[in-house]
Design a protein around this ligand. Structure first.
Ligand code: F6R
Length: 245
């Protein structure tokens, strides 16, 4: 298997390791194009990047970012939108010009056209240099849910019951969780030059175990497509690595 695996003792160490990889890459290429994820997993990584910025060790003024996904229907000001999340967790505390950041617009008028334009703008910026990914307990990456087939390009997706349930922890009730989202496709993700997959906590141990054991790509395990990529680093904490070692 191509995947490089780094096992850290806990969430904080996982976050620091991922931040160190990104920070070195930003210093080496100040105009880097980053692919970013939301969710609980990268919060610590973003915290570390903010810390390095405050300490004068990082400059984001020429960095460009593309986020993986966004709920359809939520305005950017909605605290549950991924746009809001990115501002709160990262953008407002670093010197990245907001026009350099891209998050799919879940309120775009023509969503299909918007999805095509999103992939195009990634290519126009030169493609993603490093893509950060989390993984769903069901094996999804971005919102590419287990299914008979998976979209290649940025697309409109229906979230599975499992994902709606998992995401409902951030909402007041299940019915408030959007049922559809815009998500980069598997092909969009695999075009990134380098991928860092993060996983933390015992809830992720079964899916990480499955991923590391599999010798077949399988649309019911969307993360298995990462096995086709030549430069993926899995950074996990001990709890998510589980019984594997
Ligand atoms: C978020 C995303 C999702 C999450 C995944 C894990 O932008 O694309 O695939 O990475 O659902 O979420 P957490 O980190 O909350 O466990």
């Amino acid at each position: 298997m191509n995947m490089k695996i780094v096992v850290e003792k806990d969430y904080q160490a996982m976050s620091k390791t991922a931040a160190a990889i990104l920070a070195d890459a930003i210093r080496a290429n100040p105009k880097i194009v980053l692919g970013l994820a939301t969710g609980s997993t990268p919060v610590g990584l973003y915290g570390e990047l903010k810390k390095q910025y405050r300490q004068g060790q990082l400059d984001f003024s020429n960095v460009r970012t593309f986020n993986l996904d966004e709920y359809i229907g939520l305005p950017k000001e909605d605290p549950n939108s991924y746009g809001y999340f990115m501002n709160e967790e990262l953008f407002k505390d670093i010197n990245i010009p907001l026009e350099n950041t891209h998050i799919p617009d879940g309120q775009a008028e023509d969503l299909e056209e918007y999805c095509r334009a999103y992939d195009k703008s990634i290519s126009q910026e030169g493609g993603i240099d490093i893509q950060i990914l989390g993984i769903g307990e069901n094996g999804h990456i971005a919102f590419n849910e287990p299914d008979e087939s998976l979209a290649l390009e940025t697309n409109i997706v229906e979230l599975t019951e499992d994902t709606i349930k998992a995401n409902s922890r951030f909402f007041n009730s299940m019915d408030q969780v959007p049922k559809t989202a815009i998500s980069m496709g598997i092909g969009t993700i695999l075009k990134a030059r380098k991928i860092i997959l993060l996983a933390s906590g015992e809830k992720k141990a079964p899916i990480i175990g499955q991923l590391l054991k599999t010798r077949r790509i399988n649309t019911m395990l969307p993360a298995s497509f990462l096995l086709l990529h030549p430069d993926v680093t899995l950074v996990v904490d001990q709890a998510a690595y589980g019984e594997m070692n």
